[in-house]
Design a protein around this ligand. Structure first.
Ligand code: DX5
Ligand code: ZN
Length: 221
């Protein structure tokens, strides 16, 4: 299991997105939070900004859609330049169809679960996905404290992935920091989103390296 870090530009300066993207070019992904003020009580950015980010950085874009009607919108994010598109299980009408469309268009398909959404009903869908995102906060805002109560769900998800022998990445998003990343890695996460912990640091690139090293040390043991 190799560790991947996906800094969230939600915590960056939105007036300087190109520079902020370049500041973390050692990261595996750039996490782009799309919010529509309906699925979550916050509004961020959409397709035109993703298109511009694609041109501004060589880092692949990991788009996290916190929007209603992902059935309609998810494929367009692949066309806009996302290499991975995550839709929410709670908002999807036909998750298998969405995942297949994302893959068909050439990106990695990923599904996210809010804290109150269990993994078990989705066990049979896991082969359709390239990544599963377990929210470790209520989605909508950066800077919230990590929810330790999500650790059992991360463990159960890792067990299901192993049981089926899947090459599925397990991403955690929300409150991931130097204080919490080891707990997430121990529970079985291998892809870590971090907003405040990266962009709140004096040296974002160094923060990415430090987080990666912490998580990798857990996986080595
Ligand atoms: C919130 C977003 C997160 C957010 C995480 O709904 O999905 O990606 O940026 O921010 P931190 O790392 O500060 O919790
Ligand atoms: Zn996110």
């Amino acid at each position: 299991m190799s560790v991947q870090i996906s800094p969230s530009i939600l915590s960056a300066d939105f007036a300087r997105l190109a520079d902020e993207a370049k500041a973390v070019e050692g990261a595996d992904w750039l996490h782009v939070d799309v919010m529509d003020n309906h699925f979550v009580p916050n509004l961020t950015l959409g397709l035109p900004v993703v298109e511009s980010l694609r041109k501004a950085t060589g880092t692949p874009l990991d788009c996290h859609l916190m929007i209603e009607d992902p059935d309609r919108w998810a494929p367009a994010y692949v066309e806009a330049g996302a290499s991975s598109v995550t839709f929410h299980a709670e908002a999807a009408r036909a998750p298998v169809r969405i995942a297949r469309e994302i893959r068909h268009k050439g990106a990695r398909a990923s599904m996210a679960l809010r804290p109150a959404t269990p993994i078990e009903p989705y066990e049979d869908l896991l082969p359709e996905l390239d990544m599963l995102l377990i929210m470790t906060i209520e989605p909508g805002f950066g800077g919230q404290p990590f929810l330790d109560i999500m650790l059992p769900k991360i463990r159960r998800t890792r067990a299901l992935i192993d049981k089926h022998g899947l090459e599925l990445w397990l991403q955690v998003d929300g409150g991931v920091s130097a204080e919490t990343i080891e707990r997430c890695a121990e529970a079985g996460a291998d892809n870590f989103v971090a907003g405040t912990a990266v962009y709140g640091a004096d040296d974002p690139a160094a923060a990415v390296r430090a987080l990666r090293e912490q998580a990798a040390a857990v996986h080595r043991h």
